[in-house]
Design a protein around this ligand. Structure first.
Ligand code: MLT
Length: 272
């Protein structure tokens, strides 16, 4: 079985080591567009559609975050990229950690945005399998249409109402098969906290202060794992807490996320 390249999109022009942006569930590369616009000049940003999302196909492989990471890696190498600052939002963060584990030479820096290094609880695992089964049996994405209420924080729910129709249109554009595949892939992933303990390059962790899906405690857990003094100089594993934003801080406050990623990129350039 062969695996085709994933769809990629240049979201910000520049040169040197690119930022590779991996989206969360059930979205695609478009969630990064506003954030990429606010990046400092000169940073190239490449958005990727993960398997079964946006313009990327499912290639017949079993659902797997590890396979997804390998596909991102092969897509980037085929595109001529020798390394990258890999930034993942939520599900994209699970993929970023798998990339750091499986292709450490490729990952020049890690941006972990509203995500976690821990595995699912039994309850979360069972819920994913129910959502996957519903998407497959109904052949719709109805099971995830309610997610925006949990994705954005309380502040956005009150003051950024325009995000709801936008998120709804992004989610309705996904395929039931892609939604089911991603849920099964996430359900099967292990705890990757140890990857952060081993990772020897800059790390930035970003979390919305109002995130209830991957809350601040998960972000702090990752910073602690990444920040071992034997591996890091002070400030390497920076934690940015975005006020007034929830799980989708990148969309709710794109400027704040872009500032954190700009600093990460500068650290990577200085580290080289
Ligand atoms: C996401 O935003 O990617 C999902 O909420 C992640 C998850 O379900 O664990």
């Amino acid at each position: 079985m062969t695996s085709s390249a994933l769809a990629t999109f240049t979201l910000h022009d520049g040169g040197g080591v690119p930022l590779v942006l991996l989206h969360g569930f059930p979205l695609d590369h478009r969630m990064w567009a506003a954030c990429a616009e606010h990046l400092p000049p000169g940073i190239r940003a490449i958005g990727v559609d993960l398997p079964g999302a946006g313009h990327s196909d499912l290639d017949g492989f079993q659902p797997s975050i590890e396979h997804t990471a390998d596909r991102v890696y092969r897509t980037m190498v085929a595109g001529g990229e020798g390394n990258a600052v890999v930034v993942g939002h939520s599900m994209g963060g699970y993929v970023a950690l798998a990339l750091a584990e499986r292709h450490p030479g490729f990952v020049a820096g890690l941006g972990l945005v509203n995500t976690k290094s821990t595995a699912d609880t039994e309850q979360a695992h069972a819920k994913r399998l129910r959502v996957a089964a519903a998407a497959e049996s109904d052949q719709t994405v109805d099971a995830v249409l309610g997610m925006p209420a949990d994705l954005v924080g309380g502040t956005s729910a009150k003051h950024r109402r325009h995000l709801f129709p936008l998120l709804d249109s992004w989610i309705r554009a996904q395929s039931p098969a892609g939604v089911a595949w991603a849920q099964r892939a996430m359900a099967a992933r292990p705890d990757r906290t140890a990857v952060l303990e081993q990772f020897d390059a800059p790390v930035a962790v970003v979390v919305g202060a109002e995130d209830t899906i991957t809350p601040l405690a998960e972000a702090e857990h990752m910073v602690r794992a990444a920040g071992r003094p034997s591996h890091f100089s002070a400030g390497d594993a920076a934690l940015t807490i975005v006020p007034g934003a929830g799980h989708l801080s990148v969309v709710e406050d794109p400027q704040a996320a872009a500032a954190a990623l700009g600093l990460l990129h500068a650290q990577v350039v200085a580290h080289h």
